[in-house]
Design a protein around this ligand. Structure first.
Ligand SMILES: Cc1ncc(COP(=O)(O)O)c(C=O)c1O
Length: 484
């Protein structure tokens, strides 16, 4: 693999080290070395490889870290430090990273981020990234230019949003434990409760932090009951019948999350009308309204100007700040899961076995029963039960994972060409709800994560190892002291 290195800072041996842009420095350099807080930051250091080597001056650093004698040019000080470099792979070489890996591609993400910003500019609606969908903070430097902050599903996401993204941090959780509410107050500038019970139990604890309630508007859309927030008996948000009459006076805002992958603008608009009619007096009393996520407004062909017009009208009518909580809409088509064909077997159909799995690496394929798009092939079906016309041209393959699960299958695809063992395949829309859910099922190699920047350089963020697997298996060896 060709590598190019970039100086990112130096430090002395002390704590585990992380870079300030991504997760950790690639390879062994991540282990046991100093935080990079004292980065070059404008101070000019020249370096030489060995204390007395006499080799000084700027130049490319090798992969990982080396011990250098650093010379502060200004103060004429000398310091020993460890020089770190991130592994940067030139664009054309990115395919040489061992599979499986997720490639988060800023050059593909930008188009969708620009649409999010456009909606804000045209309608005034702010967007906060739903971290439950995507929380790879290596891309936050880019994303925060287009979104106003983050929203969370619990304490860790709230903290991640606060510490790594910045801007507004909205806190929401389906059910908080008491001690978590206190922790949320450290990170959040809005806290949203899911039920009247929790609102009453904890509203005093959050003091002056603006408080919201999630409401189930009992209209909405999802392609699947599992992800339908307004399904019958839904626990997500208080329905109209559960709302005390005077609740509006106690709230700063409300959140309606009532869609999933909803691409139909007319449907969205009709539901919003119903919300206006059913919750009008409450909406008059609050300062902000989040319309949640699940609105596929960044999809090609979505009538963005109509969407902006409706959002702006809603905001004006009730004099509220509107928020959107895009997850999938922010990372659509931004990320590929790149895999290699390990084996080809035949049992009535020819099956490609790749070096990843649906359950550990693209879980939604199983949860929702769909075939993910594949750069090299055309989807024919997901399950055997689906009927499809056998294509006259090309080759049909079932693409399967390598876990023991009999149903570990991505789908049935038509390819233009014959696929061979060793070929690479790209699932090209693998950003949302994949990396946040990945797991060590079967102990198979977790995909690496690579990050392609706008300038085309690819930064290897993490290459999982057996040690990661061990950590994931062994949470703590320490005996728990009995509770007092
Ligand atoms: C409260 C809330 N907001 C936002 C989202 C993000 O939705 P999506 O990724 O479909 O845009 C979700 C997804 O479940 C959610 O539950």
């Amino acid at each position: 693999m060709k590598q190019q290195s970039e100086f990112v800072g130096w430090g002395e041996r002390s704590e585990p080290q992380q870079d300030d842009a991504g997760e950790s420095i690639a390879g062994e350099s991540a282990l046991g070395f100093a935080s990079l807080t004292p980065t070059t930051g404008g101070r000019k250091f020249r370096y030489r490889k060995n204390k007395n080597s006499g080799k000084m001056g700027p130049g490319p650093t090798p992969l990982a870290f080396y011990c250098y004698a650093l010379t502060d040019e200004i103060a004429e000080r000398h310091a020993f430090g460890f020089m770190f470099s991130q592994t940067l792979i030139r664009e054309e070489d990115s395919v040489n990273l061992d599979t499986p890996f997720y490639l988060i591609d800023e050059t593909r993400m930008i188009k969708y981020l620009e649409r999010i910003k456009y909606v804000k500019d045209q309608s005034g609606a702010k967007s906060v990234l739903a971290l439950k969908c995507f929380s790879n903070w290596c891309v936050f430097d880019l994303m925060r230019k287009y979104l106003d902050g983050t929203t969370s599903s619990g304490v860790y996401e709230a903290r991640l949003g606060h510490e790594k993204f910045g801007g507004e941090t909205h806190g929401y959780c389906v059910a908080y434990a008491r001690e978590e509410v206190r922790e949320m107050t450290e990170y959040c500038d809005k806290i949203i409760f899911n039920s009247i019970n929790q609102f009453h139990a904890y509203k005093e604890m959050i003091g002056s932090i603006p408080v919201g309630l999630r409401i189930n508007p009992q209209v909405g859309w999802s392609c699947h009951a599992t992800s339908d927030p307004v399904r019958r008996y839904s626990r997500l948000g208080a329905p109209l019948s559960a709302l005390p009459e005077d609740i509006g006076a106690e709230l700063d805002g409300v959140m309606f999350h009532y869609n999933c992958d909803h691409e139909d603008f007319d449907g969205f608009s009709a539901h919003l009308n119903t919300i206006e009619n059913n919750f009008g007096s409450l909406l008059q009393q609050v300062e902000w309204v989040s319309l949640g996520g699940g609105i596929a407004f960044t999809t090609d062909g979505y009538p963005l100007d109509d969407f902006c017009r409706v959002l702006k009208g809603f905001s004006r009518k009730f004099d509220v700040q509107v928020y959107l909580e895009p997850g999938e809409a922010a990372v659509t088509r931004s990320t590929s899961l790149v895999v290699t064909v390990l084996d080809i077997v035949h049992n009535e159909r020819t099956t490609l076995i790749v070096d990843a799995g649906t359950e550990p690496h693209l879980l939604d394929v199983l949860t929702y029963g769909y075939a993910p798009t594949l750069e090299e092939g055309e989807i024919l079906a997901w399950s055997d039960a689906e009927e499809f016309q056998e294509p006259e041209e090309g080759r049909v393959y079932v693409v399967c994972g390598r876990t023991c699960l009999a149903g570990d299958r991505f789908g049935i695809y038509r390819f233009d060409r014959e696929i061979k063992i060793g070929d690479r395949l790209h699932f090209d829309n693998a950003g949302g709800y994949s990396m946040v859910k990945k797991n060590w099922f079967n102990g198979i190699k977790m995909p690496s994560i690579a990050h392609k920047r706008l300038d085309g350089a690819v930064n290897v963020i993490h290459v999982p190892t057996y040690e990661d697997y061990l950590l994931g298996k062994q949470n703590s060896c320490a005996a728990l002291a009995p509770r007092a």
